[in-house]
Ligand binder design. Structure first.
Ligand code: UDP
Ligand code: MG
Length: 337
């Protein structure tokens, strides 16, 4: 999809695409943010026009029902550097960002939230940092304006965990305001809530990563789309990543080994008991050791099979990476050339 866009042909949605890659593509996932959008577009446009950076804005409407999509389509017909990517339904922030990445043709990619909590005025500073030789610059909301118990605490725990287990020493994984070198996001296969852990994934890919303090504001309009259930999903994704990092290719090594040890010790005890019964003619039915042998054998066999299944699953997982995690309804953009 990416190469088709860069070559400047007409894409499947019949929209002409600019041929020259801008310096910056700003990718914004949007779900029901219609009040914020006019202010957001103005803020991005005025900052970037003043900074001498050429840019495009890619607004991805993630199944909004408040008219955000209609507003974006209208704006995209008149504004020069706005692409409106309308998804078929709500797929979640990660999928929306991933759609944005696919349509972005800039040399640097910026992601930020639509609700004005991130400040577009920080964009030029992040891009300048990329130019120092980094592949990913992550924003750090030093003065985060969100609820303490429902948001700050879980994210503190997640940040701490991920800092401990990867060697990526950044404070605020969850900050949406980030800058990437375009080549980096092109290789990322995102799903679930993985956008939050992009620095960890990027690190596995060998990226040079740094962070910078950025501004953060309280939400002006509407409500956050994240409740406790999302926090749980984020946690599960975190666990998968940690697991992936160590055992991505060989899950069998964990379960298989445990299963094998358990199976072998169960088997040895079993042989010992059989010997006692057959050779010495003693009763074994009332021995705790018998229970242990049976338990070890049963769990051993199960763990071993589980390891095998995990191995197969991982293979399928790798092979299925090409599957899109979102569907696009239409793309609206005015031809700038
Ligand atoms: N968002 C989205 N799809 C969703 C939920 C959220 O595209 O299903 C967008 C939302 O419009 C916003 C960004 O993702 O631009 C972050 O969402 P939100 O502000 O609710 O999260 P928070 O700032 O509370 O982490
Ligand atoms: Mg927000």
């Amino acid at each position: 999809m990416r190469s088709g866009l860069i070559s400047g042909e007409i894409n499947q949605e019949n929209q002409a695409i600019p041929t020259i890659a801008p310096d910056v593509s700003v990718v914004v996932p949007i779900h029901d943010e219609v009040e914020s959008l006019p202010l957001l577009l103005e803020a991005i446009a005025s900052t970037l026009s003043a900074s001498q950076l050429s840019y495009e804005i890619i607004c991805v409407d993630d199944g909004s029902t408040d008219g955000s999509g209609e507003f974006l389509k209208k704006e995209a017909q008149t504004r020069n550097n706005l692409k409106a990517v309308i998804l078929r339904r709500n797929y979640g922030q990660t999928a929306a960002m991933s759609a944005g990445f696919n349509y972005a043709i800039g040399k640097a990619i910026i992601t930020l939230d639509a609700d004005l909590q991130n400040d577009p005025a920080d964009i030029p500073m992040l891009v300048a940092k990329l130019d120092e030789g980094y592949d990913l610059v992550s924003g750090w909301r030093q003065k985060r304006q969100d609820g303490a118990v429902n948001r700050l605490l879980p994210s503190k725990i997640a940040n701490w965990l991920i800092r401990r287990t990867t060697s990526v020493n950044i404070h605020d994984y969850g900050c949406s305001l980030k800058a990437y070198r375009a080549e980096l996001v092109a290789d990322m296969h995102l799903y679930g809530e993985l956008h939050r852990f992009l620095p960890a994934l990027a690190y596995i890919e060998g990226a040079r990563i740094t962070e910078m303090p950025v501004r953060h504001h309280a939400r002006r309009f509407g409500r956050s789309k994240y409740g406790l259930s999302r926090t749980f999903r984020v946690l599960m994704d975190l666990l998968t990543i940690l697991f992936m990092k160590k055992f991505l290719t060989r899950p069998m090594h964990v379960f298989g080994l445990l299963g094998l040890i358990s199976m072998v010790s169960g088997g040895l005890i079993g042989i010992y008991l059989t010997f006692i019964k057959l050779a010495l003619g003693q009763m074994i039915g009332n021995r705790p050791l018998l229970i242990l042998a049976v338990l070890l054998l049963v769990t051993g066999v199960q763990l071993f099979c589980f390891g095998l299944l995990a191995e197969l699953l991982m293979r399928t997982y790798h092979e299925s990476q090409g599957r899109p995690i979102y569907r696009v309804r239409e793309v609206v953009a005015k031809n700038v050339n």
